[in-house]
Ligand binder design. Sequence first.
Ligand code: ATP
Length: 316
Amino acid sequence: METAMQRPPVARTLGLTKSFAAREAITGVDLSIPPGVAFGLLGPNGAGKTTLIRCLLGLLRPTSGSVELMGHCMPQENAAALARVGAVVEEPRFYDHLSGRDNLRVVAALLDESAPQRIPSVLERVGLTDRALDRVGSYSLGMKQRLGIARCLLNDPLLLVLDEPMNGLDPAGIQEFRILVRRLVGEGRSVLISSHLLDEIEKTCDVVGIIDRGRLVRQSTLRELRHTSQNQVRVGCDDAAAARKVMQQLSWVSAIGADDSGQLIVTLAADATAASLNRALVSAGVGVSLLQAAEVTLEERFLDLTTRLQSSEVRA
Ligand code: ATP
């Protein structure tokens, strides 16, 4: 079966470079956003995320390289490319004195004939039906973000581009946002999200691109990114000290570490298996409650790949 990664990308850049005066904000970026995924664009402050997004949307003209959006060259074929793209690049702005529904009516009137009919379903999808008749001035930030997404959904986009959409949201707002993104991806759309919030990207996205000092240093699925090339297993047991003693005697255990929660991270020789480790521990009387392939977290990988990170930028 054809997978999303094999179908033509909804957005692609080749050698994309954008300079402001003498300074290159992004350099030689080759990015590819597959259809039907949540794509997390990660990077420290000033890494070039917004510049990249603006080039993708035709809001900035690249200094060199190319951008293809929905199969169309940008910015030359702007109108055709953007017909099925929705974007919230800055904090969404509305007419505060109008209701959420009337704000959508204003926009829908400028789109195709069927756009006004989509207003009720769009409001429903972002969870704003109950508040649709209230003035936008009375909305919380999270509600405004969702109304911004509702506005994008009026043209039934195949790609949504959201620059820092979780900034300023409280935990409940972030959770609602995550559910909404997964629902949109479930409908076959792609959602590009730029963010500093590694934990949220890890929970929300399927694919990530990591940008550092204007260069795309990695693009891959989260699964590939978390995978460690070493033969490592995570071990949970009832007596970590006893388990360590047993494992220190095993010639095929090459290292024993632990994570923050006290679970052991055990590196095995290439030909050793988790099953052998389980047998050795159990036969020595250690109760094993967990045995799984160890993976690195997105944060660990991000810290490996980026160079000028400050902790405040990651956990913002
Ligand atoms: P943040 O997470 O802080 O929003 P970012 O990853 O989105 O950062 P950009 O806003 O794309 O980064 O900025 C990348 C670099 O380009 C920075 O050095 C920035 O100062 C520079 N830059 C961006 N826009 C302009 C502009 N209009 N004129 C001059 N320099 C710019």
